[in-house]
Design a protein around this ligand. Structure first.
Ligand code: UT7
Length: 333
């Protein structure tokens, strides 16, 4: 019998209705549609509006839909991991709120924070639990309400980010499909270029931190761009090389959607044509942990059993990595 691997056996996503367009941003900050589209690829992003609406409010419908479409009884889920940088609260974990609201009462759950690479870290973590043989059904969520930490007077960040949630079910597979290889990296010296200054234990919230707008994303865009564009391409190329894969073997690149120019550079390095690259940054912007499950859900009906996917991401921390995954199912027509 083949080695037990962890396969994605279902995917779902949920996005808020409100569309924040480039035209609306032009009325908020000194920017323009041409600049935003040519520098980032984004045309519009979704924003979760309303009082007391945290990240879980998007993740819950994404997970409920996932359980329904995969005919999974909530009580049968063993583990729930939520990758997020915008937890509903500092504690407890947003994953716990989602588990409770979706009836996954027998699961243990936790949040995982690796900024924009969180979803691939979480997929890898889930895979380790499954490969151990101890757990059979793991729900992995990537969800962020970025609008809760974005400064809508800062034109360098507010044009990029949006809100979304996605989720996958992972289960054991013995037919050769599933997560084949992963390569994850962290370089903590990158913290200076991308972080949220206040709200953690180092700088708890005070009137001063709020007045100084320190509860928003701080990003030195050009420095992050330089690192991201190299590292995402490097790691995607490395994982292909060490698994003996060429561009012809790859069905799709599933890149974190941070900036279309970063995605184009990664695709070009590994020799992939446009039609083999999942790209929806135009519609949603950078939804941090939401980007990859959002892509997988949008492309789900096109994916075939055995398709080779390279999933790669880069994020604050710095964190980055790539996964080589063989898709495990076909969507019924
Ligand atoms: O998701 C994980 C991690 N994050 C990333 O991967 C993001 C990586 N970084 C980026 O995507 C890009 O750096 C940004 C999209 C954030 C910025 O694009 P850029 O091409 O690196 O612009 P820049 O920051 O170097 O700024 C170039 C110029 C500046 O003007 P001057 O100094 O040349 O006169 C900016 O002030 O563009 C100006 N600028 C804008 N102009 C119009 C910056 N933001 C805007 C804007 N509209 N929204």
């Amino acid at each position: 019998m083949m080695k037990t691997r962890a396969a994605i056996t279902g995917v779902n996503s949920w996005v808020p209705e409100y569309k924040l367009t480039n035209a609306e941003l032009e009325t908020m900050v000194d920017t323009n549609d041409e600049w935003i589209q040519s520098r980032t690829g984004v045309q519009e992003r979704r924003i979760l509006k309303g009082e007391d609406m945290g990240t879980s409010k998007m993740a819950i419908p994404a997970v409920k839909g996932l359980l329904e479409k995969t005919n999974t009884t909530p009580e049968d889920v063993d583990l729930v991991i939520c990758a997020t940088v915008t937890a509903d609260m500092q504690f407890p974990a947003t994953a716990n709120i989602i588990s409770d609201q979706c009836g996954m009462v027998n699961a243990f759950s936790f949040d995982l924070n690796a900024a924009c690479s969180g979803f691939i870290y979480a997929l890898t973590t889930a895979a380790m639990y499954i490969e151990s043989g101890r757990y059979k059904k793991v729900v992995v969520i990537g969800a962020d309400k970025m609008s809760s930490i974005i400064d809508y007077t800062d034109r360098a960040t507010c044009i990029i980010f949006g809100d979304a949630a996605g989720a996958v079910l992972m289960e054991p597979s013995t037919d050769g499909n599933g997560l084949i290889d992963h390569q994850l990296h962290t370089d903590g010296s990158g913290v200076v270029h991308l972080h949220q200054k206040a709200g953690g234990s180092a700088r708890p919230a005070t009137h001063e931190t709020v007045d100084a707008r320190e509860h928003y994303v701080y990003q030195e865009g050009a420095a992050v761009f330089k690192f991201a564009v190299t590292k995402m391409a490097d790691v995607s190329e490395e994982i292909m090389q060490r698994n003996g894969l060429t561009a012809d073997d790859i069905a799709y690149l599933v890149p974190h959607q941070a900036n279309k120019r970063i995605i184009d550079a990664t695709a070009s390095r590994i020799g992939l044509d446009e039609e083999k690259v999942m790209l929806n940054i135009m519609k949603y912007g950078n939804t941090t942990n939401g980007t990859i499950p959002l892509c997988l859900h949008e492309w789900e009906s096109k994916l075939k059993k055995g398709d080779n996917l390279i999933i790669s991401a880069f994020g604050g921390g710095f964190t980055w990595g790539a996964l080589y995954l063989k898709w495990a199912y076909e969507t019924p027509k």
